[in-house]
Structure formats: C-alpha cells, structure tokens
Write a protein that binds this ligand. Sequence first.
Ligand SMILES: Nc1ncnc2c1ncn2[C@@H]1O[C@H](COP(=O)(O)OP(=O)(O)O)[C@@H](O)[C@H]1O
Ligand SMILES: [Mg+2]
Length: 359
Amino acid sequence: MRVKRFWNKISIKLLIAIIISFAISLFIAYIILYNLNRFHLLPPNRLSVDQYNLIVNTLTVVVILSFIISFLLIIRNKIKYLKLITSSVQNIANGKLGSTIVIKGDDELAQLSRNINLMSKELENKFEHERQIENAKNELITNISHDLRTPLTSIIGYLDLLRKKEYKDDEQLTDYVETIYSKSQELKSLINELFEYTKLTSPDIKLNLTVIDLGGLLEQIIGEYIPIFEKAGLRIQKSIPVEDLLVTMDVEEMVRVYDNLFMNAKIYSIKPSFIKINLDSDGKNAFLSISNQVEELPVEDVNLLFERFYRGDQARIEDGGAGLGLAISKRIVEIHGGTITVDYKAGWLTFIIEHRLKE
Ligand SMILES: Nc1ncnc2c1ncn2[C@@H]1O[C@H](COP(=O)(O)OP(=O)(O)O)[C@@H](O)[C@H]1O
Ligand SMILES: [Mg+2]
C-alpha cells in the first residue's frame, strides 16, 4: 500500500518523466554525434571555428528541444487532466453545483478531484437545504398571515360596530366587547405560538438545562390539571413510579410540551371519558405516555398531527390553536435528544415521549 502510494506521488511521476526525457535527449545527442563522427565532421578534422560553433549550438538546441518535447509528451495526460479540473471548478463556481469530475489514477490530482467532488456535492446540499428553509419560511408566513387575519378581521368588524354605536342595548354592547376580548386573546396566543415556533427553529437555540425527577414534576403538573379535566368531564388514570427518574431538561420548555399534550387531551377527547397517563423506564430511558379516547381519527396518517398548522376539523370548531402546538412540542423534545411519537389503537390516541435518563 505504502509502496503504491509512493509511486503514485506526483513528484515521483514528474521525476521519472524528467529522467526519461533526459535519457531520450541524451540518446538523440548520441545519435547526432555518432553520425557527425561517421561523416568525419568532428574535430580534429578541418573545420572552421564558425562551423564548429554552429554544430555545437545546433546540437545544444536539439538536445534541449528534444528534452522539452519528450517531457511534454510524457506528462500531456496530466496536463489535460489539470485543464479538466480547472474547467470543472470554473463550472462549479458559475453555479453548476453538484457537477463532478471523473477520477483518473490515484495521485494527488485524483485526490484533488475527489475533494472537489465532495465540496461540490456539499455545496449543492447546502443550497438545497437553504432553499427548503426559504420555502418553509414563506409557507409559514402565508399560513400565519391567514390565521392572524381571521381574528383581526372580526375584531375590526366589532370595533366598527361599537364606533358607529350600532348596538341595540347594553347587553349587546357587553356581548360585542366580550367577543373583541376573546378574539384579541386568540390573536395573542397565535402570535405567542408563532414566536415560540420561530424561536425554536433557529439553529442557535440555548437550553437552560437542569436535572429533575420526572415523576415528581409530572405529579405536580397533573395536580394542576385534575380540576381542569374534571370540569370537562374527564377522569385521570395515572401510573407513575415512586422512584426517582432523573432527566436533564429545560424545565420551562418541557412543561410547555406536557401542557400542550394535556390541553389537547382535554380539548379533543370524547367526554366524559378517561385520560391515561403512564410513566415507565427501562433503566436507560423514561417513557411518558398520554392517552385519550377519540371519536374518530382526524387523519389517516397520525404522524401528520405533528405537521405545522395541521388541525383536525374539531379543532376549528372548538377553537384549538394555530395547529402549531404539536410541531413546537416535537421540536422541543428533539432538541432535548428525545423522541415524541403517536399511536392510534381501537379508539385510543396515545402520545409517547421518550426521555433519556441521566446516567
Ligand atoms: N389528544 C388528541 N386527541 C385527538 N386529536 C388530537 C390530540 N392532539 C392533537 N390532536 C389533533 O391534532 C391537531 C394538531 O394539534 P396541535 O398541533 O396541538 O394544534 P392545535 O391544538 O393548535 O390545533 C389538533 O387540531 C387535533 O385535530
Ligand atoms: Mg394544541
């Protein structure tokens, strides 16, 4: 392997080319001298100084030329290859990203081409990725402006009625004000969700990590949700181990995930029914599952629920959110190095979060 690499070095190849060209030019010089000698044209014969100089100069020129010509002939493939590399790099620089150079041989030029190919592919991927981000951003802006316009239009509509005093009595006035208030709240939560989402998708997001007992944290959150669930006709069935399950997390961010899952369970489940909350561990990971009963699945492929702006029909009726909740949750779980999945079986929709336990 080493020996092969040695012979494939471009400096060695050039050295060999020089030696061969040198040998060829010496050989040509020898032939010329031999023939001059045969025709008695060399000293000590009668030659004038001029004639002698002419012969020596011609001989020198012929030797140098034959050296150059044989050298160029030997390395012409390499030069051709170098030209090919130059024009390919030119193409890449001109925007033909992803184009590649044929690999010839195994020397430094081949290595150079290999690296250029890698670079070209890398650049192409980067550009493609950037384009996708750009498209996603545009899509996000389109969707969000649509979502923001709806409550804003109705706020403006009701304010206009108030401005023109177009209401029958105090009761209707209160009604309008209430509507304006709730629409403004909706607008605010939409803006908050959007802000959260864009913040989370930025590449330099920072987590405020602490080690916490997951079981304890969940007990505390569930305690706060019991009255909310009960008011909605939902009972909690929970199974949370007593031993500590230590997880490293940004508590504020992860609580946002649990909040969204609990609120979704509250909004979208059959009522009255049960919400099942389970915490489990295999020694390496902790698994939290939250299940609720659904009348019918809003989608064929449950994974679509994690898509940005995906909302079931019921969500539109019941005023869920912008459809960003699960997309945000997924992103938060992923930047923690965990996973969030969803499963549907026999009327039960289950969200499972896998958290890595602290070692
Ligand atoms: N626990 C659940 N049970 C039934 N459907 C759900 C549940 N969680 C989410 N969904 C469906 O997934 C959609 C997306 O949820 P989410 O991303 O939280 O957005 P949002 O709640 O703002 O609509 C909801 O609109 C709803 O149709
Ligand atoms: Mg939600």
